[in-house]
Structure formats: structure tokens, C-alpha cells
Ligand binder design. Sequence first.
Ligand code: NAD
Length: 275
Amino acid sequence: MVKNIKLKIGIVGCGAIGSSLAKAITANFRRHTVLAAVYDIKPEKSLALSRKLVKNARLCVNGLENLIEKSDLVIEASSGKVSWEIAAKSLSRGRKVMVMSIGGLTGHLEQLLVLASRGGGQVYLPSGAVCGIDGLKAANIAGISKVTLTTRKNPAAFAGVEYVTRRFKLSGLKKDKVLFNGSAASAVKYFPQNINVAAVLGLAGIGAAKTRVRIIACPQVKKNIHEVLIESKAANIFTRTENILHPQNPKTSYLAVLSAIATLKQILQPVKIGT
Ligand SMILES: NC(=O)c1ccc[n+]([C@@H]2O[C@H](COP(=O)([O-])OP(=O)(O)OC[C@H]3O[C@@H](n4cnc5c(N)ncnc54)[C@H](O)[C@@H]3O)[C@@H](O)[C@H]2O)c1
């Protein structure tokens, strides 16, 4: 960081992740950053967040373009339906962008690279609610034969997921039920809010088409559990992450928010730890 110049941050999406990040930025990163703007498609949410943080509406902007204008770093915490558009527009204007709805970027990696190198921007994709991305990236250099993600969640986490409601009746479920078995590319399509971890594993490793995903509804489980199995020429890796749910959104894991905060720390600190 250049001395005395603070990184201006704009947050798109004022739900569980966006609000938690905004609070962390204003509480813990004031020396190096300033929260410049917040935007939500539901204006009442950005207004409530701004009032909570600065006691008035001055952080609110009335559109994505205005938020990008005011920011050096745009943090997307909204929806996979718009994350690619937000990343593309931010990069085209030379901004840095951190994307949480990573599923929306599937298939756009090449374009991201082109846009970032053309405009001088950068893209940050936090590991989110899964562990093992560090080993996956390193092992990928030697060659990986297999990446498998097994996700277990309480049936409540799948409420409103069309792929599930059309095929399964989960109310009153007594035993574990496999809801999906296929590629990360399809998992991201059918479970857009549940499976950003599949997207990040695909991007960091052998691609979304080759990364295998199993999603299981488990009535006894109260946490979001992600197991990752990696077989490679360098190492065989197995990680299991038992995620505590975010109090504002049971589809989101608390660790995902902390991962974004840790990524922000990594951006700001001169010493970068971890792969
Ligand atoms: N990378 C990960 O590991 C990980 C983990 C959990 C969640 N996520 C993703 O992060 C995103 C945010 O999660 P959350 O738990 O905060 O969700 P949330 O539902 O609590 O909040 C999302 C907010 O974004 C707003 N929004 C939706 N579409 C918008 C748009 N087009 N423009 C502006 N605002 C918009 C909504 O009104 C809402 O306030 C989701 O897409 C989720 O899938 C990623």
C-alpha cells in the first residue's frame, strides 16, 4: 500500500456476506481502507446498512456504475446471476474486484484474464467455505488425476432450489439422500446459491467439467460439510470442513465471510502467507 492512500472499497449486495464484510472493513481495516459505497438491488437493505455503519445514507449509491466509479476495489456479494457482469464492468474500468458468487464466473476465466490484463485490474476469488485450495493449486502444477467434492447439508439449506423441489420431497426426510452426482459445471448451474465451493475448486484445479461433485441432504447434519479429495502426482489430499452456518443466511457458511476478510488482509499486507 502507498503510504496515506487508502483503498476505497465498494460492496455490491448487502445481505449476510456484504453486511458482515462492511462491518469488518469499518471496524478493523480503517488504517488502510475506507468503505466508499454500498449498493443493493433492494435499496432498503443498503440504506439500513449505511445507517447502521455511519448513521446516515451517505454510503448508498443508486446503481452499479456509481459504485464502481467510487471504488478502487469492488466486492461482489450479491448473486451468481450478476457476478460475471460486475467483475467484467469493474475490470473494464481498471478496478480490482473480489467475487464471492464464484459460480457465476464458471466458463469466463479466459475472459477475466483478458479484461484484467487489458485494464490493469485484478480479480480475487476467496477460497470461501472450503479448505484445500492451497494444495490443489500447487499439485495442479505437477498434474492432477482427480478432484471430488462431497457436500453434506441439512435439507433446509436446499429450500427454494428448483432442481431439488422438482425431483425430491425433503420435508420429513429421515435418511441421507443423494441429490446430485455430476460435474462441478452442472452443480453450479443447478445449485447456484449452495455450491460456490465447487466453482472455486474447478477454477483452481482441473476445470469445472472434470471436477466431480456429490451433494447429499442429511437430516442429522446441522453444519455445511465439504469434503475434498484430490489425487495428484505430488500428493493425495483429503480435507473435511465442517462449517458453522451464518446466522443471517443458513445457505452461507461463516467461514466464507472470514475467507473474504482474510483475502482483504492478504491484499493489504506486504507479507503474503500461503499459496
Ligand atoms: N464463495 C463462497 O464460498 C460463498 C459462500 C457463501 C455464499 N456465497 C455467495 O455470495 C453471495 C452472497 O451471499 P449472502 O449469504 O450474503 O446472500 P444474501 O442473500 O444474504 O445477500 C445477497 C444480497 O444481494 C442482493 N442482490 C441480489 N441481486 C443483486 C443485484 N443484481 N445487484 C445488487 N444486489 C443484489 C440481495 O438483495 C441481498 O441483499 C451469494 O451469491 C452466495 O451464493 C459464496
